[in-house]
Ligand binder design. Structure first.
Ligand code: URA
Length: 432
C-alpha cells in the first residue's frame, strides 16, 4: 500500500523515514504508480529537510532495486574500476581517461550520462563522432570490454530506471542540487553497473552543482558513506570548476581536445586531471600498484602511443570514425579579443557553459537536438597575462548572428584586471 501524500507530509515536517517507506515511494514511482507531481513535492521536501545517511542509503538501494544490475566483475573475471564526475563545463575527462587506463591493462566499462543544464554529458560528446553508437546490448558491452578493454555506453533502460525518471523530474523542478539526491543518483548507477572501486571527481565552483568546498566535502562524504555501506572502495577528488576544464567547451571540440590529451598534446590543466584520475584508477585496480606507479604507467601509455591506439580501436568498435577530420565543424569561427591589457582574474565556468548552450551545444529543454559542431575554445585561462586585442577565446557558431551573441557572452565571462589573481590549484582536496 503506497501512501505518498503521508510520506511527503512527514518529510516536509522533518521526520526521518524508514527504509521500507522510501523503497515503497521510489519503487512505486518507477512502476508508474506514484505520479511525477508527488515525487516532485517529495524532492522539494528533501531539499529543505534533507535525508540522513541511513535514508540516503535506503533511497540508493531502492533506486538500484528499481531495475536490473550488472555483475561486470564476474563477467570479466577482474576487479572493475569506474570513475564518475558530478558534472561541469568542458569536462571530457572520461573520454581521455578510458583509453589511457585500458592501455595500462585495466578494463573500463562505463555508463555515462547526457548533459544537464549548462553542464555537458559524455554521451552527447561521443555522439558528435559520426557513426558512434552509445546503445550497446549488455552482451556486446561486455564483449567489447573483453576485446578492446573499453566501452562507454548510455544507461540501459533497465539499469536504475528510477534514476532516469527522477533525474528528468529534478532537472525541471529545481531539485538537482541536493546532496542526498546527487549522491544516490551517482552511486546507484555505479553500484548497479558493477563497479568494485570508484574514483569520483567532485566539481567545486560556479560551474558545478556544489559551489563551495564545504558543500563539496559534504557531497563527497555522502558518496563515501554510500560506498562503504555497499562494500565498494571510493576516493573523491575535489576539483576546481570556477573556470572551464581545459580549453574546449562543445561536443566535437571536446572530442578533439580529449584525443589530443590521449596523445600527450592536451591543455596542461586537463592533462593533469586526466593523469591523476588514471593514476588513482590504476592504484584501485587489480594490478597491485600504488598511485605513483599508476601515474608513471599512465604517462608511459600516453608517450608510447598505446593509449591513442586504444582510443582508435574503441571509437571504431562502437561504429565511429576516430579521425578528427571526420568531426562536424561550425561554419563560423569568431575570435574574441581582450579589451584591455592585464591579467585574466576570472573566467566564469557557468558563463562559458551558458554561451555554449545558447550556441546550441546543449539542450534548453528535454529532447532538444544538439548542434555538435558549435562551442567555445578558451585560448587563455585564469592567471594569464594578456594584451589588448589578444585573442581570449574562439566562438564556433552556426551563423554570424549566433557568433556575435556568443562572442559578447564569452567576453563577459572574462574579467581582466591589473593584478594577477591568487593561484588556485585544480586539485583542491582528496577524500577517501
Ligand atoms: N550526476 C548524476 O548522475 N546525478 C546527479 O544528480 C547529478 C550529477
Amino acid at each position: 500500500m503506497i501512501r505518498p501524500a503521508e510520506l511527503i507530509e512527514r518529510k516536509r515536517n522533518g521526520e526521518v523515514l524508514g527504509d521500507a517507506e522510501l523503497a515503497e515511494l521510489i519503487l512505486g514511482y518507477a512502476r508508474g504508480e506514484v505520479p511525477d507531481y508527488q515525487l516532485a513535492a517529495f524532492c522539494m521536501a528533501v531539499y529543505f529537510r534533507g535525508l540522513n545517511a541511513a535514508e540516503t542509503y535506503a533511497l540508493t538501494d531502492a533506486m538500484i532495486r528499481s531495475g536490473t544490475t550488472l555483475d561486470l566483475s564476474a563477467a570479466l573475471g577482474r576487479k572493475v574500476v569506474d570513475k564518475h564526475s558530478t558534472g561541469g563545463v568542458g569536462d571530457k575527462t572520461s573520454i581521455a581517461v578510458g583509453p589511457i587506463v585500458a592501455a595500462c591493462g585495466v578494463p573500463v566499462g562505463k555508463m555515462s550520462g547526457r548533459g544537464l543544464g549548462h553542464t555537458g554529458g559524455t554521451l552527447d560528446k561521443l555522439e558528435a563522432i559520426p557513426g558512434f553508437d552509445v546503445n550497446l546490448t549488455t552482451e556486446r558491452f561486455v564483449e567489447q570490454i573483453r576485446e578492446i578493454g573499453l566501452a562507454i555506453v548510455g544507461q540501459t533502460e533497465d539499469l536504475v530506471p528510477a534514476d532516469k525518471q527522477l533525474y528528468g523530474l529534478r532537472d525541471v523542478t529545481a531539485t538537482v542540487d541536493i546532496v542526498s539526491l546527487i549522491a544516490s543518483s551517482i552511486m546507484s548507477k555505479k553500484i548497479a553497473g558493477g563497479a568494485d572501486a570508484i574514483v569520483l571527481d567532485v566539481k567545486v565552483g560556479d560551474g558545478a552543482f556544489m559551489k563551495t568546498l564545504e558543500d563539496a566535502r559534504v557531497l563527497a562524504d555522502a558518496m563515501l558513506e554510500l560506498g562503504r555501506r555497499a562494500g565498494r572502495e571510493v576516493v573523491c577528488l575535489l576539483t576546481d570548476m570556477d573556470q572551464p576544464l581545459g580549453a574546449a567547451v562543445g561536443n566535437a571540440l571536446e572530442i578533439v581536445e580529449a584525443r589530443d590529451t590521449v596523445r600527450g598534446e592536451g591543455p596542461p590543466d586537463f592533462t593533469e586531471l586526466v593523469l591523476d584520475a588514471c593514476a588513482r584508477m590504476l592504484a584501485f585496480s587489480d594490478l597491485g600498484i600504488d598511485v605513483e606507479e599508476g601515474r608513471r604507467r599512465a604517462e608511459a601509455a600516453v608517450a608510447d602511443g598505446s593509449a591513442l591506439g586504444v582510443y582508435e580501436r574503441w571509437i571504431r568498435a562502437q561504429g565511429g570514425d576516430p579521425d578528427p577530420a571526420a568531426l562536424p565543424r561550425a561554419p563560423v569561427v569568431r575570435e574574441v579579443p581582450a579589451a584591455t591589457d592585464g591579467y585574466v582574474t576570472r573566467l566564469g565556468a557557468i558563463d562559458v557553459g551558458h554561451a555554449a548552450l545558447h550556441l546550441g551545444a546543449g539542450r534548453r529543454a528535454k529532447g532538444d537536438e544538439i548542434d555538435f559542431a558549435v562551442g567555445v575554445v578558451c585560448r587563455v585561462k585564469r592567471g594569464a597575462q594578456v594584451a589588448a586585442g589578444e585573442v581570449l577565446a574562439e566562438v564556433h557558431a552556426r551563423s554570424d548572428d549566433d557568433a556575435e551573441r556568443g562572442a559578447a557572452e564569452v567576453l563577459a565571462a572574462y574579467d581582466v584586471g591589473d593584478d594577477p589573481p591568487r593561484e588556485q590549484p585544480l586539485l583542491l582536496d582528496v577524500v577517501a
